[in-house]
Design a protein around this ligand. Structure first.
Ligand code: ADP
Ligand code: ASP
Ligand code: MG
Length: 423
């Protein structure tokens, strides 16, 4: 007998019919003698609709009320899933974040889970019930409802898996695993049988939204066995692991040392809507970078790629960096305000929205020289101009024109041999 947390994403619960399909997966596990807790997202598109209504009501709304509204999508699907499971003869009860409780901090709209009390879930599972918990939401110290940020149900599921000491956390979605790149961009993308936590973390933070970044961080920290698999597979088909043996189908996210064959590049990712900002002729003196990025941090703006040029005569320099498109106007305003109050000295600020960041990721890059160089060559062969570059131990990212984004992803996917089976 195993204890399993099963999370179903938005497309998997988009209609009552799909909730039934998801519930059949739950029934299979229960019938096999396993203890199960289910975590659900809102029906796909629902959270966007709720966010839209909040913004339509007032651009300057209170974050506590935003949470009160957008958390409601999960309440609906949790109740429906419990009803459908009960109808199938499985004793089931829905739980909202506050009923578990899932305690978070008070950062409304982007709350972090602080503690989950496993008592009630433990009790229900031991008695043969299937608790169905709303993903994405928790309760703040003030007692008000919080949400964890978009895509947060993945994090709810992993956190619950850690709290109830589950043997596995299965993330059911609309793809049958983690792919070498987004299958919607490159039909030649292939499913990975296994991916290391570090690689998944990089891929998630570089644009692969199949798992929320924080869910991967948490799985890594608490050693949760995480599997990404499809809701749309036949629930009654024999369960076959990727190696052909009986087991769990999908992609296992695991420790690096559980992966025998390490690829140099495991995946290619794409993040769009990246804005580039350049400060021209910045007074080059100690503390200048601290002043520039301090001004942005004070506005809670997250900066990504940064390039500072060496000045010719040591007096002035140019600094270029990227922020999400949505933060572009706010960033320029913050920099202009910092110049007006004498905190930074520069000639002018230029920039543009709508860039694309393309990255290659792989733990094998640690022991292989020349991955960055070969990436630049592959892009040059397609006539794609690189605007900015950043690297880490296991990834190289470039900023390019949005127009070439998909072409670049496909070119790199082919170049690193990811199209071929067995890679
Ligand atoms: P859910 O609603 O189940 O949480 P998401 O839409 O958040 O599902 O995530 C699944 C989607 O992630 C897939 O439909 C796919 O288009 C996208 N995706 C992006 N990169 C990858 C990747 N490398 N592997 C698999 N899916 C990916
Ligand atoms: N429903 C939330 C969202 O759309 C959380 C999730 O689906 O993970 O962001
Ligand atoms: Mg998701």
């Amino acid at each position: 007998m195993a204890r399993i947390v099963m999370k179903f994403g938005g497309t998997s619960v988009a209609t009552v019919e799909r909730i039934r399909q998801a519930a059949r997966h739950v029934k299979r596990e229960v019938d096999a003698g396993n203890q199960v807790t289910v975590v659900v997202s809102a029906m796909s598109g629902k959270t966007n609709e709720l966010v839209g209504w909040v913004n339509e009501s007032s651009k300057l709304h209170d974050a506590r009320e935003y949470d009160a509204v957008v958390a409601s999508g999960e309440q609906v699907t949790a109740g429906l899933m419990a009803i459908v499971l009960s109808e199938m003869g499985i004793e089931s009860r829905s739980f909202q974040g506050w009923q578990v409780p899932i305690r978070t901090d008070d950062a409304h709209g982007a709350a972090r889970i602080v503690e989950i009390d496993p008592t009630e879930l433990d009790k229900r599972m031991t008695e043969g019930w299937v608790p169905v918990v709303t993903g994405f939401q928790g309760i703040a110290p003030s007692g008000r409802i919080t949400t964890l940020g978009r895509g947060g149900s993945d994090t709810s599921a992993v956190a619950i898996a850690a709290a109830v000491s589950a043997d596995r956390c299965d993330i059911y979605t609309d793809v049958d695993g983690v792919y070498t790149t987004d299958p919607r961009i490159d039909p030649k993308a292939r499913r990975l049988n296994r991916i290391a936590f570090e690689e998944m973390l990089e891929m998630a933070s570089l644009g692969a939204k199949v798992l929320m970044i924080r869910s991967v961080e948490m799985a890594m920290a608490y050693k949760v066995r995480l599997v990404v698999r499809s809701t749309f597979d036949d629930p009654d088909a024999p369960q076959i692991a990727p190696d052909g043996t009986p087991g769990v189908p999908g992609t296992l996210v695991c420790d690096e040392d559980e992966i025998m064959e390490k690829q140099i590049v495991s995946g290619v990712t794409l993040a769009k809507a990246e804005a580039k900002i350049t400060l021209r002729d910045v007074k080059d003196k100690p503390g200048v970078a601290a002043a520039v990025f301090g001004a942005l941090a004070d506005e809670s703006i997250v900066v990504d790629m940064i390039v500072q040029n060496i000045s010719d005569d040591g007096s002035v320099t140019d600094i270029t960096f990227t922020v999400p498109d949505s933060e572009y106007d706010k960033s320029v305003k913050a920099l202009e305000a910092a110049r007006a109050s004498g905190i930074i000295e520069y000639q002018r600020v230029t920039g543009s929205k709508g860039g694309a960041k393309v990255s290659v990721v792989g733990v094998g890059m640690r022991n292989h020289a020349g991955v960055a160089a070969s990436m630049f060559k592959a892009l040059a062969d397609k006539g794609i101009n690189i605007q900015l570059i950043t690297t880490s131990e296991i990834k190289t990212s470039v900023l390019i024109d949005d127009e070439y984004a998909e072409l670049a992803v496909r070119a790199l996917h082919t170049y690193y041999g990811l199209d071929k089976p067995g890679a």
